[in-house]
Design a protein around this ligand. Structure first.
Ligand SMILES: [Zn+2]
Ligand SMILES: [Zn+2]
Length: 314
């Protein structure tokens, strides 16, 4: 079968043996390219198949999404119900530490399966369960309430900030604004219901770009005593002059994963939201490439293209 890997030659579609392991086989139908994929593959060759934002069908044709984290279940955090912070975290993450879904087929643990609600399709939308779940989880960590003025700063190269807008609006942000450099990003955020001319200060600022400049700007937008959520994926060292955050006594939270909230798994909440509001996928999934053109898809996502989420289809 085909699988997409980062080899010595860059992004390549390679021939791989059909996966055989314990778990549930998924015939993959859609995979989103994430900023994390762009960052990791820029660092050099990787030993596993890419793809952690994917959906597909089971052997019997049932469409499903996937929660790519595979907590060990053994460490103290897992045993205490905090598997979101499992000590083995990244090394067991599907598509980041082990073979992912940028392939014709993949086998995942049964616990990773996300049933899809009516209105959510494995070919369009279910690829957004994972990034949306990160934002829902982060909003919980930030204790965002329905009366919060929220600003999202930056969208990054995979539309992550626009997905944050959808999450913030769904969690009842009374007033959600988006600040982005590029007109197509602002237009997408506005279509979802965000204001795009930020003003004043915000109870919660979500930094979704990842640059030092954006982190600094985000702290400036936060009100004294407010919260700064850093979600953009920080895989290289950042220098941050946090004097502004200090004098405002900001609460700083990082959001990288998803797990359980009081009401269930974040991935299931994300699937429900995507099913209820098909406009999110319509607006965020801006481009599609066949799996054989994965190298072009990565190049396109990395370029100055007017893209949010670039989706690969086996
Ligand atoms: Zn991702
Ligand atoms: Zn664990």
């Amino acid at each position: 079968m085909r699988g997409v890997r980062r080899t010595e030659n860059g992004i390549e579609v390679v021939d791989l043996p059909r996966p055989e392991a314990d778990g549930v086989r998924i015939k993959v139908q859609s995979i989103g390219i994430c900023q994390t994929d762009l960052n990791l593959t820029a660092m050099g060759p990787l030993q596993f198949t890419l793809g952690h934002e994917f959906a597909g069908v089971l052997d019997d044709g049932t469409p499903v999404g996937v929660q790519p984290t595979v907590p060990c279940g053994q460490c103290e955090l897992c045993r205490n119900g905090d598997s979101v912070w499992c000590v083995e975290g990244y090394s067991r993450l599907i598509g980041i530490g082990q073979d992912g879904g940028m392939a014709d087929e993949v086998i995942v643990p049964a616990s990773s399966i996300v049933p899809l609600p009516r209105g959510l399709d494995a070919t369009n939308g279910a690829n957004l369960i994972e990034p949306l779940a990160i934002h829902l989880h982060t909003l919980d960590l930030a204790r965002a309430t329905g009366r919060t003025r929220i600003l999202v700063v930056g969208a990054n190269q995979s539309g992550f900030g626009v997905i944050a807008v959808a999450a913030a609006l769904a969690r009842g942000g009374e007033h959600v604004d988006f600040e982005g450099d590029r007109a197509f990003q602002r237009e997408a955020a506005a279509r979802l219901g965000a204001g795009v001319e930020p003003s004043g200060q915000y109870d919660l600022v979500i930094e979704a770009d990842g640059s030092e400049e954006s982190i600094h700007k985000a702290a400036e937008w936060a009100r004294p005593g407010g919260t700064l959520a850093l979600v953009a994926g920080y895989y290289t060292p950042k220098t941050w002059n946090f004097t502004t955050a200090f004098v405002k006594e900001l609460t700083v939270v990082f959001g990288a994963f998803y797990g359980h909230s009081a009401t269930g798994r974040d991935v299931d909440a994300a699937a429900t939201l995507l099913g209820r509001n098909p406009r999110i996928a319509e607006i965020v999934n801006t481009h599609r490439f066949p799996l054989d053109a994965a190298a072009e898809a990565f190049e396109f996502a990395r370029s100055d293209s007017e893209s949010l989420k670039v989706v690969i289809e086996p």
